[in-house]
Ligand binder design. Structure first.
Ligand code: ZN
Ligand code: FE
Length: 256
């Protein structure tokens, strides 16, 4: 089994940059391009040559480094077809079901609209890892800027069906405030209580709370738990469809 090396580091105010590297094939991809300078510096430190950028969506904190990185490295830029005209320097347009060859790995494209209309996630089954951009966060979810709640809930369900041991990388470090909000909905969820403590400690030590894992999110992330009776009771929505409950959780978080 080929090995995939993953390098995550904080940049801008609360973004994460992620580099993935297949040492055998000598290819390296940046998941989004929040900060070209920081990414180039890390590439140099690692001795990696950038060959690809995989953009999840068009927001500038995810594509702002595209052109500078392309100019410096000649990398190929891959991004959502639906947002192609808003992805600087895009070379390859992808959507649901497409498979990208990355060295010895296959990267599967999953449409995850809601945060933006064309948002995509990238899943590498052989490495048990998925890059979700601003769709799901640790203990939280992306804001719904362009789509609607039903659409975003559909995207969540696609993520929920990935293998439970999938490692999950996200665009931002929002976990501590997400944890505080999650506890207001499920104060008696012991897994959540313990995780919130762990998150506080990590942040106190200035460490990242990401990546996370799908099984942990399924147990603690309220945005993946609209079916849970305790949450439904808290919202007075015992018999509503899941996506209505999801929408109510999103609205509550927006106001928190
Ligand atoms: Zn975004
Ligand atoms: Fe973002």
């Amino acid at each position: 089994m080929p090995k995939l090396e993953i390098e995550q580091f904080a940049c801008l105010s609360d973004n994460y940059a992620v580099l993935i590297h297949d040492p055998e094939a000598g290819v390296t991809a940046a998941i989004d391009s929040p900060d070209a300078k920081a990414i180039l510096k890390r590439l140099e430190d690692k001795g990696w040559r950038l060959t690809h950028i995989l953009n999840t969506h068009h927001h500038s904190d995810h594509t702002g480094g595209n052109l500078q990185l392309k100019e410096a490295t000649g990398c190929t830029i891959i991004g959502p077809k639906e947002e192609a005209e808003r992805i600087p320097g895009i070379d390859v347009e992808v959507s649901e079901g497409d498979v990208i060859k990355f060295g010895n790995f296959e990267v599967k494209v999953i449409d995850t609209p809601g945060h933006t209309m064309g948002h995509v996630a990238y899943w590498i089954p052989a490495a048990k890892v998925a890059f979700l951009g601003d769709t799901l966060f640790a203990l939280g979810a992306g804001r719904i800027f362009e789509g609607n709640a039903e659409m975003m809930w559909n995207s969540m369900q696609k993520i929920m069906r990935l293998p439970r041991d999938t490692e999950i990388y996200c665009g931002h470090e929002y976990t501590q405030s997400n944890a505080r909000f999650a506890l207001t909905l499920e104060p008696d969820n012991l897994a959540l209580v313990n995780r919130a403590k762990e998150v506080d400690q990590l942040r106190k030590d200035n460490k990242p709370t990401l990546p996370t894992r799908l099984d942990r999110e399924l147990e603690t992330n309220p945005f993946l738990r609209p079916h849970v009776t305790a949450i439904r009771a808290k919202l007075g929505m015992l018999y509503a469809p899941d996506w209505h409950v999801f929408a109510a959780i999103r609205e509550r978080k927006n106001k928190s």
